[in-house]
Design a protein around this ligand. Sequence first.
Ligand code: NAD
Ligand code: UFG
Length: 336
Amino acid sequence: MILLTGATGYIGSHTWLELLLAGYQVLGVDNFVNSSPKALTRLESLSGQKLEFIQGDVCDPAFLESVFQSHPIKGVVHFAALKAVGESSSNPLRYYENNLGGLITLLQIMRAHDCRNFVFSSSACVYGDPDESPVKEDAALRPENPYGQTKFMSEQILRDLEKSDPNWRVAYLRYFNPIGAHESGLIGEDPMGVPNNLSPLVARVASGRMEELKVYGNDWETPDGTGVRDYIHVVDLARGHVKAIDYLLSGKPSLTVNLGTGVGYSVMDVIRAYEEVIGRPIKYQVTARRPGDVALYYADPSLAEALLGWRAERSLKQMCADSWRWQSQNPMGYES
Ligand code: NAD
Ligand code: UFG
């Protein structure tokens, strides 16, 4: 059985479904700090299975102890974390406490139960503002905000743990920019409060929930002057986790890989792709650059292909079409 922490969140819910489709038995846990229990009902109807889920906090050792005592967990995919970059700068202690505290507690309980296969949700933000793109896994690591620091420090903790005991097998998955939703329109990204990321904001403007999009600068050193990122469809990303679990459970050694498409798209490319999907213009206004943003980065995903046999398949247009299906069928997210 595979334990998913943060299982009802955006990437967790899509990964849960893909693991079930691949034949894995899955137990999900989440404290709903940034997700809705309604995702569970949607996942049950999509998978046609009764889900195994327990509500709880990964910072709570007694909770995790009871989970491991009552289930034969062979591997863990650890999504549970807080992820708002801006809030991590205004309230860093909350981020260090939750993201590092949760990780350490989980690893201690895993060790006590002799479970040492671990998939970690890392992020391209560990690279900060990379010197060159495509970014390879051996690029310098210099995270630029407390959230990014928690991912960098988590990687360090795991590497030290591996050094202390070679029985640990860890997949460090560095995600680029996940967007899109399951093609059914039943599960998707449902951020609490006002979103900060490009894709949910474009979706809100498209649906009329927001007046216009702010484009944060068109004077960057990029082909059209707007920021360039490596957007990856969340279902492709979810399948990367299935490959990582297959890989670890087959006894292969730890690995660190980028999960991206290898292609950079600008903010204007995303707006245009979305316009094509909805058949109308997206209203936007170019404003000043957002503090902390960088011009451009995209992944070199070739190591993930070589080691995991995984490659992202879905196009930017498909990401926008699936994002729009989710948004238009669920204008208020899971509360619709
Ligand atoms: P999300 O907020 O949708 O999902 C995270 C889930 O973890 C939520 O359901 C939340 O309720 C839960 N959670 C948080 N703290 C918890 C705790 N202490 N105990 C139990 N549950 C807890 O975020 P996501 O986009 O699905 O991200 C999943 C993982 O991937 C996170 O670790 C995130 O940092 C990482 N990541 C995300 C992105 C991105 O752009 N979405 C990029 C790189 C890395
Ligand atoms: N952007 C706008 N207007 C907006 C929001 C974003 O123009 O309203 C631009 C940004 O300037 C940037 C691009 O759209 O050029 C993407 O911005 P996002 O906020 O969607 O994503 P980021 O690349 O800034 O960061 C995201 C997550 C991080 C994660 C990183 C890499 O927020 O947590 O991807 O995975 F670390």
